[in-house]
Structures are given as structure tokens and as C-alpha cells.
Design a protein around this ligand. Sequence first.
Ligand code: DGT
Ligand code: CA
Ligand code: CA
Ligand code: ZN
Length: 559
Amino acid sequence: MRANEEAAAALQEYAELFALCGGDAFRVRSYQKAAKAIAGFPEDISVVDVRGVPGVGEAIAKKMEEFLQRGSFRQLDDLRGRVPDGVRRLTRVPTLGPKTAIMLFEDFGIDSPATLSEAITAGRLDGVKGLGPKTLANLLKGVQELEQSGRRVHIGVAMSLAEQVIASLKAERIAYAGSLRRMKDTIGDIDILAVAPDSIMDEFRAQPYVAEVIAAGEKKTSVRTTAGIQVDLRVVPAGSWGAAMQYFTGSKEHNVTIREMAVKKGWKLSEYGLFEGERVIAAESEEDIYAALGMQFVPPPMREDGGEVKAALQGELPALVELADLKGDLHTHTDLTDGVASLADMVAAGQARGYAYYAVTDHAPDLTMQRMTLDKALEQRARLAELQRDHPGMRLLHGTELNIAPDGSVDWPGEVLREFDVCVASVHSHFTMSREEMTRRFITACENPYVDIIGHPTTRKIGMRGVVDADWDAIFRVAARTGTAMEIDSYPDRSDLPSDLVRLAKHHGVKFSIDSDSHAIPHLDNQRFGVGIAQRAWLTTADVINTWPLDRLLDFLGR
Ligand code: DGT
Ligand code: CA
Ligand code: CA
Ligand code: ZN
């Protein structure tokens, strides 16, 4: 829901500016919480009263109503004027808080990640109070991460934009290709193909999401959207649809290999078709092209020139896990901790998806912000047991998301953990330990007999925080031995584990759980992104514990 997302983004920005101006931390949190609730609200707030959203009181509702009318609100305009752009740019550096940003700006004239990196490298910040050598090293690393993430966006942002573009245009056929179709976790630009009259280009340029036309041709138009993302629209002949999809889906490396095969047969493969001289061998359908080359159809997420061509020629491509194979979700939150929907509503949403099982895994006490207690967890367990009666077809599992402390221990002792149906354990703090310490930390968690799943293992947040440094080979070896699953957290800015580490873990014999890590009902849909990661790593249902029937899953969980 676009209105909800945009209003939530404005409120989130307001919360950040408010914090930068030294605003009360309690109010900052209540703005952030309301922003999350609005983003995750299942109804369109431009249609229903925003006061119906949990956590939205009168003051926030007024701001949101003004935003819906004119795209901003007075208090946001004020703060945008008060906080210099330089300070705002600085706070995008991971680990750099508002107080430090203001100090760097006022005392040293540092007004961007680039000037910060120069100042650190030149030693200009050596000996400054509060900025020890370790802090400076982390800031430098943060600037590098920010630069690397560059202009790429995570798949969640790209997918909703691509779907919006496709819905906005009239065409006989229209689809996205490129890295988005390959389900990469970050996307450079969005490639859309259409079979349509030439007038589609005028229609495209006139869309409200277009900020700037980069290149306008008869067959291809490139624009930059208001969100800053480039979209390429290409019109292709109906008879070449399959060849064009094949060509523009890529990857380039996969296509080079395929094209060489065609050349060896004395043929030519282009975006218009597979040809022998003038004769068309295949062009209209992608399936026909792969078949004519004597190979199995290669699913787009596998097209990375990572052995898939050879396997397809030998008829040995694995049957990839698909979204429809998932029988449940093993990592979800409710409003008992930082979710925004009630237990009953989340469970009903799981039921509506036709799950065979559904686990509720709210945060555990060591994440002190969430104010969890054992009493609250036990009370939730009792309520879940009551709800179970209303959902005879779906097994409700009472779980928790534990915090892995720096020494690898978790929130509760064995006798408490034992009573949960499923324990996810995750790192939520102390991200910058040494490689050895971090490796030991994860291994200790895997060796805990009650830890079933390691949640979002690398802890990365795309564009915000990189992967923690650890010896993944060593961790995966232990996980395989102890029967601890690794999570594929499907929340798109996490996408964690990333697909290359999934492939490595599979090599060691590790099993996986593809979870949504939902904090709101619409997040349940994110599992499709986790399935994309799994497919890029060649996983089958044998590798993914939440495709298994309930009995086999319970066996794995060992309760
Ligand atoms: P991105 O946008 O960086 O996330 O990655 P892609 O894979 O979407 O790359 P992009 O947008 O540059 O091009 C889309 C696809 O079009 C690419 O995967 C393969 C195909 N393609 C584009 N340019 C070339 C080229 O020069 N040679 C070949 N063989 N294929 C190309
Ligand atoms: Ca692209
Ligand atoms: Ca492109
Ligand atoms: Zn977590």
C-alpha cells in the first residue's frame, strides 16, 4: 500500500530529525513505532481513518492527514530546515549516531561520508575525545559499506516498484527481467520488457513515479524514478518475446556461455531469437530456446554461470524448492514485543495462507528494549493453546527468538528453553567482535541443545550494516553436526543468509528454515524473497525444514 509506505517513511524521517535535534527519546520511539505500525497496517490509510492504527494518537494522526493532503507536514518541514544536510548525510554511516554527527559537523566541518573518511585517513580525528582508534576504524568501515551499497537497492524496494510500473502500463505482454527476475538480493536497475504499441513510451514518461527521463528512444526508454531507481523499458516484437526475456534476464555470464554453445552448433543466439542462417529455430518462447540447445530449462535464479549450464545439458538440474512447498513459518513476532499485530491476528493470517504449522517467536528478555519476561511468555503460551482450538488444521508452535550474548549463551536456562516448541537464536548486539570471538559465539549457540535455528546469521542490513566477521566454514561444520538449522531470513533488507553462504552451508550438510521474521501481517508475503535466495543456492525441499510435514519437523526440533 503506497500511501501507508510513504506516510510511514515521512514519519520515520521526522523521528530521525527529531532525535538529531535532541528530541525526547520516548517520543522518538513512539514516532518510530507508529511509523512501523502504519507501514504494516493491512488497510489503506488514505481510505480508512489512520486513528485505527495501533500506536497512532491524535497528534500523529493530524500529521499523517496533512501528509496525505499535501505530501508533507508542518513539523517535518520545520525540522528539515533546521538540520543541515551535511549532518543528515553523516548519520547514514553505520554506527555513527546523531550526537557524534553534530559534533563532527560543528567542530570539524565534516559534512559527508567522503569528508569523514578523508579526515580519519589523514589522522585529523586522532585523539578526539570519545573517538578511540577502534571507533574510528569502525567509522571508516561504515563509510566503505555505505559506498559499496552505492546506488543498488534491496529486492523489496525494487520488486514493489517493478510491480507498480507493470500495473501502470497497458501492454499485450509485460514482465520484468534482469537481476530482479534472477531474484538477486540487491538490484542495480529494473529491466522491463513489453509487447505493446509504440505509444507505451509516452505513457511511461508521463507516469507520476518518473522524476527524470535519462534516455528516450523508439524501442527503449530509461527513467529515474522519484525513489532514485533507474527503470529501463524495452518494447520487443511479439515473435521474439522468449528470446528477449532470455537475453535481458541475464546474467551476462550465463548468456555468454549459452551463446558459445549456439555458435558451436553453427547457430546464432540474440535478443531476437535462435537462428540457423535466416531460419528461426526458436524465438517466441524461452522454453523452446533451451530445448533447442539440448538442455533443461534453467530457472532464472540459477542463471549465474555457476555450473547450471553443464547440469542442464546433462539433465541434472535439481528440482528447486518453491514458495508453494513451504508448509509454515518458524520466525514471527506479535505486539507482545516489537510486532504491530496481535497474536490472534497473526495466527489468523497464517491460517489464511493455508499453513500446516505456524510458530510465534517473540523476543526474549535480554533485548531489554522489548521488556519481555518469562511471565509474559507463559501467558502468551496459554493464549496460544486457546487459539489452537479455533485452528484445528494448523499446528501452533510456541517459540522464542533468543539473543546470543557475546559468550554464546542465551537468555534463559535449559529448563525454560526445553518448554518452547522451537527456539530461534540470533545476534542483536556486539557486532564488531574479533573473527575468533564471533566464531566461538556462534558455535557455542549451535552447541546449545535447545537452539534449533540461528536467526538472520550474518546480521547484515543491506545499505546499513555489513556481515559480521566470522569463520563460516567452522560454524557450518558445527551446525551440521548438532542439527542446528540456519535461517534464511526473508525480510528483504536482511536477506540473511545471503545465497553464497547458503550454498557453502549446504555443502557442509546444514539444513535451512525460510522464515518471514514478520513484524506485521503484510510481512508474511516476504517469504517469496527467501525462496529466491534458496533457489539461487540450488536448495531443494530436502534442505528446507519448513517444507517438511509436521511430524518430520517435530522430529527435527527434537521436543
Ligand atoms: P543489475 O541491474 O546490476 O542488478 O544487473 P542486471 O543483471 O539486471 O544487469 P543489466 O541491467 O545491466 O542488464 C540486464 C541483462 O541484460 C543482463 O543481465 C544481461 C543482459 N545484457 C545487458 N547488456 C549486455 C551485454 O552487453 N552483453 C550481454 N551478453 N548481455 C547483456
Ligand atoms: Ca538490471
Ligand atoms: Ca538495465
Ligand atoms: Zn532478530
